[in-house]
Design a protein around this ligand. Sequence first.
Ligand code: TXA
Ligand code: MG
Length: 343
Amino acid sequence: MIGVHTQLLCADQVEQAARILRSGGLLGIPTETVYGLGADGLNPDAVARIFQAKGRPQDNPLILHIPSADWLERYCADIPPLAYELARRFWPGPLTMILKRRDMVPDAVTAGLDTVGMRCPAHPVTRAILEAAGTPVAAPSGNTSGRPSPTCLADMLEDMDGKIDGIVDGGPCDVGVESTILDLTVSPPRLLRPGGITLEQLREVVGEVAVDSAVTRPLAAGEKPRAPGMKYRHYAPKAPVTVVRGEPAAAARYIRRHLADGDGVICFNEFVPLFEGHPVEPIGPKDDRAEHARRVFDALRYFDGTQVAHIWAQCPDSAGLGLAVSNRLNKAAGFHIVEAEKP
Ligand code: TXA
Ligand code: MG
């Protein structure tokens, strides 16, 4: 498959895009969160190619993308009423629900689990493609395994040009971090990955939501995560990352004190002048968590084109979208986190 010609499709080439999916090909698709690498989710051979193109471990299941909640029953069993309530409130949008799967969902998608992740993305182009293809689309984020997720066409080309059949240009992604994953097969429902729908938003609808420990801390040796993907090194640039937590000005001062020649910095816009002479990626004003989410993967990716020895990153607290942003930064850092307040 390596060495195929990757066709660039415009937003209005929905029929061509759907044809690639129906014929078992691989297609880069824009979503409101990140770009995905899609294939016909009912075609095990096509799904197997996703794993090859990404270099993705076989035991990491994929989520299915559908154009509306009406399709849930085709692929899922024992759907609780809460799933429909969540769909009414948050779909189309950045929420993936883990539900009991039906037998027709190939093992290639679920990695043999008896559950499947279901998502209805909000990007109009991809929804039109899903409708036209008439099949659920299995799609992980479109990055090479381990790299930051792609949030624009250029990122997608960087990782997948020459490896997949087509990429649809849907512009830059609005949200910038992946969907929130909520497991509805357990009680209380459990947050497996923070994302574009915040924990606060979920609690408004669901009431009690458990937060999986893999969200905020590294797994212990031998510990098995509930979302298999949580055990892999993720989002990591080539240079090691240190996350500096704490009040923004204190964290910025901490970084300035510890910064060595040749180190890079991810910081809030207000603190850029402190790091003159270093490669700096600002991720937005300190209180603008939506902008941090839009910028975080791009900032991590940027440093792979530089020679920095070490990356120091400021990080929002865990309120709202901050939980998703800090999760991605912490994972990029392999949970190497320091507190600015401590001496
Ligand atoms: O926003 C998103 O969700 C993007 C766009 C393309 O839709 N997709 C995405 O997929 O982030 P991926 O494969 O990169 O991340 C899905 C995560 C993985 O960590 C995987 O292990 C977990 O979901 N997952 C998939 N199926 C699961 C299941 N049945 N039970 C638990 N975790 C599951
Ligand atoms: Mg991913």
